[in-house]
Design a protein around this ligand. Structure first.
Ligand code: ATP
Ligand code: MG
Length: 569
C-alpha cells in the first residue's frame, strides 16, 4: 500500500479523555477514534490489527474442536426472564423496545442465546459434547467507561459455550479451554498469568481469569512464585494467621474513653491491631436487612466473599451509614458481637475463630472487651471473609504472598447446570431420564486484549507491535522520493517485499523524513527501511522498532531481515 493513498491520521496530542499510555497511543496513531463515551470506531490500521488478533483466536478455537457461529446482538427479553437475569442484571443491560412495544436487550453476554440454540437443535446425547463460539460485539452500559478499549460500553468479545453430558465431560472441556487460552495469549505475546477467580453464587473452584500483567490493571493478583499459587484478590485466600499463645482468660471490660478507631486503640492500649477484631455493619438492600461482618482489625472485609456468603448482590450490599448504625441502637466506634449475636446475622472470618481471644467493641460507649472468644462469648457464621493482601500467608506454602496488578483479558467458567436447568436444555440419558446438560462458558475480551498488547509494548515514541499483530510489517521510507535513484530503489524494495509475503507500506508522501519517521514510530510497525543518499550504492538504513536501533546495510540484507522475521513470526 502506498502511504499517499492511505487514511493515516496521526495526532501530536492525545485528546484529553485519554489517561493511560495505550489509550493515548491508539488515538494518536489514528488506529482508533472515539465517538461518544466508551464507544469507538476502528480505523484502517486499527482494524487490521483487530482482524489479526481475531484470526489467532479463531485458529486456536478451531483447533480445539469448537465451532464458530454468529448470533444476533439483539436478544429478546423472554430468554432473559427464563434465566432469571432480566430483573437481576441491573442498569448495565442496554434495553430497548421495538415498534410493537416488545422488549429486547443488546447482548452483554450470550449464555441465554446459546442455551436456547442448543436446546432447540441438539436432540440426541450422541451429539454431545459440543462447543460453540462466536466473535461478536457486546454491549454493557458500564457505570464508568474508561481507559479506552479496556472498559468500553461497546466491545468485541469471543465467547464460547460447551455442553456436556456430565461433570467429567465439563472437566475435560474446561481443561481444553484453559490450554487453548494459554496458547492464544502466548501467540498474542501478552505477559499473562492465569489466576483462580471468584464464581459468585455458582460456587466451587470453577473459574480462572487470564490476567495481562500491567500496573494500570483494575484487578489485583495475589500470588507466590514458589508454590505457584495465583488468585484474583476477590477470590484469594490465605493460611490462617490468628494470634495464639494467650492464656485462657475470662472476658474483661476495658475502659477506652473516646477511643474509636483501630489506630487510636493501638496507641491507647499499646497492643498490635492483629490482636483485635473489627465489626462492620452492612446494609443488604436485596434482602432488606442489616448484617455484621468481622475480620482481624488489621485486615479488611472482602465484599465479594461477604456477598457470596450472605446471598446478596455486589450492587446491593453497602456499608451502613452513621444514621443507619445509630438507628439500629449500635454505638459507633464500639461495636462488637457479644450480646447482639441473636439480633443480627454475624459473619465471622475463620481467622478469628482460630484465635485464643481478641479485643473488640463492647457495644457500650467508651468500652471495649478483651479476651473475647468465638463459641464461648458469641456465635456467628464462620467463613472465609478476609481480603488477602501482600504479606499475608500463602495458603499452600505459608510463605508471604505478593501482589500485582492485571487486566482481565479472559475468563473461563464452569457454569454447570445453572442455565440448562433454568432453561430446560436437557438430553435423554441411556436410563431414559431427562438430564440437564452440563455447561461451561469461556470469554475473551478481544478489543481489551488489543489495547493490553499496546500497554505492554510501547515506549515514549509510540507502539511497538509484535510482528504477528502489527497492522503492517514494514514501511519503506525514501528521504526524497522525487529523486530517481531513491525512487527506483524504494520501489524495488517495496515490490520485492510484497512478493515475499511482507505487508509493506511505501511512504511516498511529500514531507520531511523526520515527520514520516515520527509517524511510523508512533504507529509502531516492526521495521522501517530508510532509502536516502546512499541509494546509489544500494545502501539503506533499517530501523528495528523494538529497540529503535538503526543500521546501515546493503538493501538485499534489509529485505532478508524483514522477510525472515515474517517467515518466523
Ligand atoms: P470486568 O470484571 O472487567 O467488568 P467481567 O468479568 O464482567 O469483566 P466477563 O463477563 O467475564 O467480564 O466477560 C469476558 C471478557 O470480556 C472479560 O474477561 C474482558 O476481557 C471482556 N470485557 C468485559 N467487560 C468489558 C468492557 N466493558 N470493555 C471491554 N472488555 C470487556
Ligand atoms: Mg470476568
Amino acid at each position: 500500500m502506498k502511504a499517499s493513498q492511505m487514511l493515516i491520521n496521526t495526532l501530536r496530542e492525545a485528546p484529553n479523555e485519554a489517561k493511560i499510555d495505550s489509550h493515548i497511543l491508539l488515538l494518536r496513531s489514528g488506529m482508533l477514534r472515539n465517538m461518544v463515551s466508551g464507544i469507538y470506531n476502528y480505523m484502517p490500521l486499527g482494524l487490521r490489527t483487530l482482524k489479526k488478533i481475531e484470526d489467532i483466536i479463531k485458529d486456536e478455537m478451531d483447533k480445539s474442536g469448537a465451532q464458530e457461529i454468529l448470533c444476533s446482538a439483539i436478544q429478546p427479553k423472554e430468554l432473559w426472564v427464563e434465566s432469571g437475569r432480566w430483573a437481576k442484571y441491573g442498569p448495565e443491560l442496554m434495553r430497548l423496545k421495538d415498534r410493537h412495544d416488545r422488549e429486547f436487550c443488546l447482548g452483554p453476554t450470550h449464555e441465554e442465546v446459546f442455551t436456547d440454540i442448543v436446546r432447540n437443535t441438539v436432540k440426541s446425547p450422541k451429539q454431545l459434547p459440543i462447543t460453540l463460539y462466536q466473535i461478536q460485539t457486546k454491549y454493557r452500559d458500564e457505570f464508568r467507561p474508561r481507559f479506552g478499549l479496556i472498559r468500553s460500553r461497546e466491545f468485541i468479545m469471543k465467547d464460547a459455550y460447551s455442553f456436556d453430558k456430565d461433570e467429567e465431560g465439563l472437566e475435560k472441556n474446561y481443561k481444553l479451554m484453559y490450554d487453548t487460552y494459554t496458547n492464544i495469549f502466548t501467540r498474542l505475546h501478552l505477559h499473562f498469568q492465569p489466576v483462580l477467580a471468584d464464581t459468585g453464587n455458582i460456587g466451587g473452584n470453577g473459574s480462572h481469569q487470564f490476567m495481562a500483567l500491567s500496573d494500570i490493571g483494575e484487578s489485583t493478583i495475589i500470588y507466590n512464585d514458589e508454590s505457584g499459587y495465583a488468585a484474583d484478590q476477590e477470590k484469594a485466600t490465605s493460611m490462617l494467621d490468628g494470634y495464639k499463645g494467650m492464656k485462657e482468660a475470662p472476658i474483661a471490660k476495658v475502659s477506652t474513653p473516646n477511643v474509636r478507631t483501630i489506630e487510636e486503640l493501638v496507641s491507647f492500649l499499646n497492643e498490635p491491631s492483629k490482636n483485635m477484631a473489627k465489626t462492620m455493619v452492612y446494609h443488604d438492600f436485596m434482602n432488606e436487612k442489616f448484617i455484621l461482618a468481622m475480620v482481624r482489625a488489621d485486615k479488611e472485609v472482602n465484599l465479594i466473599k461477604l456477598v457470596n456468603e450472605s446471598g446478596s448482590n455486589e450492587n446491593y450490599l453497602k456499608l451502613a451509614t452513621d444514621e443507619e448504625i445509630d438507628s439500629l441502637g449500635l454505638v459507633r466506634g464500639f461495636i462488637g458481637p457479644v450480646g447482639i449475636d441473636t439480633k443480627f446475622d454475624i459473619y465471622v472470618d475463620e481467622e478469628l475463630k482460630d484465635m485464643d481471644g481478641f479485643l473488640c467493641g463492647a457495644n457500650e460507649a467508651d468500652y471495649h472487651l478483651s479476651n473475647v472468644k468465638y463459641g464461648r462469648d458469641f456465635n456467628g457464621k464462620v467463613c472465609d471473609l478476609r481480603l488477602v493482601c501482600e504479606g499475608d500467608l500463602d495458603p499452600i506454602s505459608g510463605k508471604p504472598l505478593k501482589q500485582a496488578r492485571g487486566i482481565e483479558v479472559g475468563q473461563i467458567f464452569k457454569l454447570q447446570t445453572k442455565y440448562s436447568e433454568a432453561m430446560k436444555c436437557t438430553y435423554v440419558d441411556e436410563d431414559g431420564k431427562n438430564k440437564p446438560m452440563v455447561m461451561g462458558c469461556y470469554g475473551i475480551g478481544v478489543t481489551r486484549s488489543l489495547q493490553s498488547i499496546v500497554e505492554q509494548y510501547h515506549d515514549e515514541a509510540g507502539i511497538k507491535w509484535p510482528i504477528n499483530v502489527a497492522p503492517y510489517h514494514c514501511a519503506v521510507v525514501p528521504v526524497k522520493y522525487e529523486l530517481d535513484d531513491q525512487k527506483d530503489l524504494s520501489d524495488k524494495i517495496y515490490e520485492t517485499l510484497k512478493k515475499n509475503g511482507v505487508e509493506v507500506i511505501l511512504d511516498d508522501r511529500k514531507g520531511g523524513l523526520g515527520m514520516k519517521l515520527k509517524d511510523w514510530e508512533l504507529i509502531g510497525l516492526p521495521y522501517d527501511i530508510i532509502v536516502g543518499k546512499r541509494a546509489i550504492e544500494g545502501i539503506v538504513e533499517i530501523v528495528d522498532r523494538q529497540t529503535l536501533e538503526k543500521s546501515e546495510v546493503a538493501y538485499e540484507d534489509a529485505i532478508k531481515t524483514v522477510v525472515d522475521a515474517v517467515k518466523n513470526m
